[in-house]
Design a protein around this ligand. Structure first.
Ligand code: MG
Length: 164
């Protein structure tokens, strides 16, 4: 079958991981978080926005973030991931769908993300053009287990729903 049945909804999920290293900035959902370690990345390393971009692209079956913004391209070196997110939102708008809601889970052992959640949601609301109560950002540790627990990396899971 070439085309899927045109339902008024599309679902998307995204997942991203970045390695943490000493002395790098830690930016999550567009918010700079004071910490001794940050993400190793070609861009600004905003793992949460990367997972969100993949969820949005997944929902419109438009590939993934690496296809649209290759990490081999000088154009994207050190880029603010919010710029990438805004470009992805444009693609979603062109597809004829609108964003219903977003739910993110950031897995990070340290530092505590909770104090920054409201600022993160505000950043995403601005870029996604949807109300704050349609945006959920959650954080969890992994109880010191695995690469997140050992503070070697940070991961984010993203779910989104589109409608028209
Ligand atoms: Mg990434």
């Amino acid at each position: 079958m070439e085309h899927c049945t045109p339902l008024p909804f599309r679902i998307g999920n995204g997942y991203d991981v970045h390695q943490l290293a000493d002395g790098l900035p830690l930016i999550l959902c567009g918010v700079s978080i004071p910490h001794t370690r940050g993400c190793v990345a070609h861009s600004d390393g905003d793992v949460a926005i990367h997972a969100l971009c993949d969820a949005l692209l997944g929902a419109i079956a438009a590939g993934d973030i690496g296809k649209h913004f290759p990490d081999t391209s000088a154009e994207f070196k050190g880029i603010d991931s919010r710029i990438l997110l805004r470009r992805v939102v444009e693609l979603v708008q062109q597809s004829g769908y609108q964003i219903a809601n977003v739910d993110l889970t950031i897995a990070l052992q340290r530092p505590k993300v909770r104090p920054y959640i409201d600022a993160m949601r505000a950043c995403l609301a601005e870029d996604l053009h949807i109300p704050l109560d349609c945006i959920s950002v959650k954080a969890t540790t992994t109880e010191k287990l695995g690469f997140v627990g050992k503070e070697e990396g940070v991961a984010t899971y993203a779910s989104i729903l589109l409608y028209r």
